[in-house]
Design a protein around this ligand. Structure first.
Ligand code: BMA
Length: 346
């Protein structure tokens, strides 16, 4: 397995905020790590559905491998940047999940949100007795109740739903785990419950800035030039050792960006061969549970062309970066990884 460039940088036009937008310190309940959120605009507010890990300590984790508990929380903001008000309850409490599922489902985590035909839907990963399963759930307009309507077979996760039907069908991206390969696939459904016509979108074997797994990031956003969408890409370096709470953590997670065909979302038309978001800030590289992890889960296109990217950093914080939509499209088109594939093949 090749070694990827030691230093990876974010796109030159990307603007990161100087500090995380939501952390454990903002929680009204027990919390250690707040990260990997889905974010959307709904009824004039920004709604963030985030992962909250709690109930262990770095020492217990290192010595006993005592895993944190996980719950899903909700925060609301008027501008999507600051003033986040955290709702005082867990949207999903995984202690309850474990009991209610007869100990089959250990936890739901890494939520993404998509509004389709005016209704919010969540995609979640579920750790079960039989492996990781990708789930789709409805959630009521007040974000108080979740109802899981569809679960994939194991091993699958990182599902994201497109915000509208394409050629009469719902569409999702997903990431089955097949041995050492982790690829992005696209599937179609008449009803959000039954899924099929699954098509390979991107495999991880020839990708830039990764020598390991990849997965869908935030739900895609529609632009004139195609569906703009993020993904995460991992590189492994065996020489990496102690990192955050981990004694041996060999992985680095970076976010990339690509354009999918508007009519055929299983087809990539352009993919930037350079990263979109790389770990650079001190709280991304030097603090937290697992450093050098950038995990994009939310993306909002504003009317003025600003795109907000919400991402988990270090499996510890929720962060925000912005860019202009035209810069993002140009970045994909002018640095198109697909052109290089054609040149390499000829
Ligand atoms: C992945 C998922 C994410 C996490 C990442 C880095 O496998 O579990 O939730 O952010 O690893 O630890």
């Amino acid at each position: 397995m090749g070694i990827v460039t030691p230093i990876l940088k974010s796109a030159p036009f990307l603007k990161k905020l100087d500090k995380p937008i939501l952390t454990a310190a903002d929680m009204p309940y027990e919390s250690m790590l707040v990260f990997n959120a889905g974010v959307t605009k709904f009824k004039g507010k920004y709604i963030m559905v985030f992962r909250n890990d709690y109930g262990t300590t770095p020492e217990r984790y290192v010595v006993e491998r005592h895993m944190p508990g996980t719950s899903i929380g909700v925060a609301v903001s008027d501008n999507g940047v600051d003033g986040w008000k955290v709702l005082p309850y867990h949207l999903m409490d995984n202690h309850k999940t474990l009991e209610e599922s007869g100990r089959e489902i250990r936890r739901f985590y890494d939520p993404r949100i998509t509004i389709i035909e005016g209704k919010p839907y969540l995609c979640l990963a579920a750790d079960t007795k039989h492996g990781v399963r990708g789930c789709i759930a409805t959630v009521d307009d007040d974000f108080t109740k979740v109802n899981v309507i569809s679960m994939s077979v194991p091993n699958n996760r990182n599902m994201v739903l497109f915000p509208e039907k394409i050629n009469g069908r719902y569409v999702r991206l997903e990431r089955p785990m097949m041995g050492e390969y982790h690829e992005i696939w696209c599937s179609f459904s008449p009803d959000l419950i039954h899924w099929g016509d699954s098509t390979l979108v991107l495999d991880d074997r020839t990708m830039p800035f990764t020598n390991s797994k990849i997965g869908p990031g935030a739900p895609p956003v529609k632009t004139e030039k195609g569906w703009l969408t993020t993904f995460h890409a991992v590189d492994v370096d065996d020489s990496r050792g102690k990192n955050g709470w981990e004694n041996h953590w060999k992985l680095r997670y970076t976010a990339g960006i690509m354009l999918l065909d508007l009519e055929n979302p299983a087809k990539i038309t352009h993919m930037a061969k350079y990263p979109l978001i790389a770990a650079e800030k001190p709280y991304e590289t030097d603090e937290g549970f697992r450093q050098n992890v950038i995990f994009p889960g939310g993306m909002i296109l504003e009317d003025n062309g600003e795109v907000k990217f919400y991402y988990g950093a270090s499996d510890t914080y929720e962060c925000l970066a912005t860019a202009n939509v035209n810069d993002l499209i140009d970045y994909c088109i002018n640095n198109n990884w697909l052109d290089e594939q054609v040149i390499n093949r000829s």
